[in-house]
Ligand binder design. Structure first.
Ligand code: NI
Length: 189
């Protein structure tokens, strides 16, 4: 008659909230205790959800979790030869320090804004850090695409989506309209 309960081991694909949902507009709360068992399950679900959606980053608020928690990164991928690999990273209570006020424009997408792209100015050179799952701390100094991905995810923790950062709103639109000649499946986060 016995049956096994192992739901704690099973990562689930969660629904990704879409722009307009007020849960994406909150300033997320710090994780007070990284040892709470629920955190492991949330992180596993975030990876499952990000990979299922072919994303390169996901912040907890995107699945309705009001915590300062993000994942991002991907291996070098021959399908995206222009994008350098970014180490796969889980960060709890991350922080950001802008090292250079120079802004660089780059195209971004977001799993919460499906089908669209926008040209977004971001700091070219930043330092960031936070707590890792094992409780140790991480600090990195990065530039270019890596810096962009981090800033995009960090914005999610402060209730900001990339369209709010676009300066020239004519550079915001549907992928197939903006890039009629190229593949539609670009990186999203
Ligand atoms: Ni996003």
């Amino acid at each position: 008659m016995g049956y096994m309960t192992c739901e704690a081991e099973m990562a689930m694909i969660r629904e990704i909230l879409k722009m307009g949902d007020p849960r994406l507009q909150r300033v997320a709360k710090p994780v007070e205790d990284i040892r709470v068992p629920e955190l492991r399950g949330i992180i596993a679900d975030m990876y499952e959800t990000m990979h299922a959606a072919n994303g390169v980053g996901l912040a907890a608020p995107q699945i309705g979790i009001d915590l300062r928690l993000m994942i991002f990164g991907f291996e070098a991928n021959p399908r995206y030869p222009d994008e350098p690999a970014v180490p796969v990273t889980t960060l709890i209570n991350p922080w950001l320090e802008v090292l250079n006020e120079t802004l660089e424009e780059g195209w971004e997408g977001c799993l919460s804004v499906p089908g669209m792209r926008g040209l977004v100015p971001r700091s070219a050179h930043v330092r960031y850090g936070g707590t890792l799952e094992d409780g140790s701390t991480l600090t990195r100094e990065v530039s270019g695409f890596h810096a962009r991905v981090f800033q995009h995810e960090f914005d999610h923790l402060n209730g900001v989506l990339y369209p709010q950062r676009i300066i020239d709103i004519t550079k915001f639109g549907f992928i197939e309209a903006l890039f009629p000649e190229s593949q539609a499946d670009r990186l999203e986060s």
